[in-house]
Design a protein around this ligand. Structure first.
Ligand SMILES: Nc1ncnc2c1ncn2[C@@H]1O[C@H](COP(=O)(O)OP(=O)(O)OP(=O)(O)O)[C@@H](O)[C@H]1O
Ligand SMILES: [Mg+2]
Length: 318
């Protein structure tokens, strides 16, 4: 299912949060909304789900209008066939795992084959053996899996994820990324994912939409956003950026400390070194500019070096 938001405005009281947003979320794609805290990511998801009404504009699911302020259309959340996975899991503490997953089906009186459907959803997230447990008896990762099972049990056309992994530790987060990506792919749903974590966004997404103060700053494939940031904001917000003045930057891997032909050369001083495992991360001062890059060799703080920057990899902004 393709989701289209047209000329969406949203104010809370008098504060305008979203102003004339136009957004397209492709059918069956995994799209991530990425942007600073308070830029309106949760608000956008809630408007898609029907949990929040835009102040103006229209929302379409394929060709069907589900919200229009002008035409007075507002399809209620339970009729939009959307799954929602929340950051804080939002499970019912007094209900078992089984009943938490069954809740949405019971609420809409869609109880044919209930047992089978709930158990299928639990099997998909590898929680078949946990059906009788209560949320307080589960780890954070298991609780989030219940949240995911609850979102897929209704066979939604689209699943919205609002920072679902931020409460989990790094290893679990990696596992869940792979699992979410696999399951949404197998189900063929349209996935909309919100995160603060740019690595998460780059590793999971078919498409990234960078938001800044309620507006789209840039959208594209992760590789394009990283290699060809359209604005200084995107360059700074996603990945590490080293600046040559205000309007030109390069990514750390465009630089080398080995003499390379056809490169721009800058003198710099090593101001810090961190061991990363395979490489060392170097912090450099290049005539007052603070850069960072990786190097297979260790350098002592205070060492004078020459930095060779691949000309083709320098991104300039007008
Ligand atoms: N119910 C509400 N009443 C008033 N203001 C609200 C309400 N919900 C959100 N806001 C405001 O709208 C703006 C956008 O909030 P939103 O929760 O969409 O941001 P976000 O991008 O999800 O941020 P975060 O990354 O911190 O979760 C913020 O300035 C917030 O204070
Ligand atoms: Mg949010």
């Amino acid at each position: 299912m393709k989701i289209t938001m047209k000329h969406i405005f949203k104010s809370y009281d008098k504060a305008e949060v979203i102003r004339d947003l136009n957004l397209e979320l492709e059918d069956q794609a995994f799209t991530t909304l990425l942007g600073p805290s308070g830029c309106g990511k949760t608000t956008i998801l809630r408007m898609i789900a029907g949990l929040e009404n835009p102040t103006g504009g229209e929302i379409f699911f394929d060709d069907v209008c589900v919200f229009s302020s002008e035409k007075k259309i507002n399809v209620p959340p339970e009729k939009r066939n959307i799954g929602f996975v929340f950051q804080d899991f939002a499970l019912w503490p007094h209900l078992s795992v089984f009943e938490n997953v069954a809740f949405g089906l019971r609420a809409r009186k869609d109880t044919a084959d209930l047992e089978k459907r709930v158990m299928e959803a639990l099997a998909a997230v590898q929680l078949s053996d946990f059906r009788n447990r209560y949320p307080s008896q589960l780890s954070g990762g298991q609780q989030q899996r219940v949240g995911f099972a609850r979102a897929i049990v209704t066979k939604p056309d689209c699943i919205l994820f609002d920072e679902p992994l931020s409460a989990l530790d790094a290893i679990l987060r990696d596992e869940m990324r792979v699992e979410i990506k696999r399951l949404t792919g197998e189900m063929g749903v349209t996935a909309v994912f919100v995160t603060h974590d740019q690595m998460e966004a780059m590793s999971m997404s078919d498409r990234i939409i960078v938001l800044n103060q309620g507006l789209i700053e840039q959208e594209g494939a992760p590789e394009d956003i990283y290699q060809k940031p359209a604005t200084p904001f995107t360059a700074k917000f996603i990945g590490k950026s080293n600046w040559l003045g205000n309007q030109a930057m390069f990514r750390p891997e465009a630089a080398s400390l080995k003499k390379t032909e056809g490169c721009r050369t800058y003198p710099a001083v090593v101001t810090g070194v961190q061991f990363l495992g395979e490489n060392y991360q170097l912090f450099l001062d290049a005539d007052g500019k603070q850069w960072t890059m990786e190097s297979p060799e260790k350098y002592q703080t205070g060492t004078n070096v020459s930095v060779y920057i691949n000309e083709d990899k320098i991104v300039t902004f007008q």
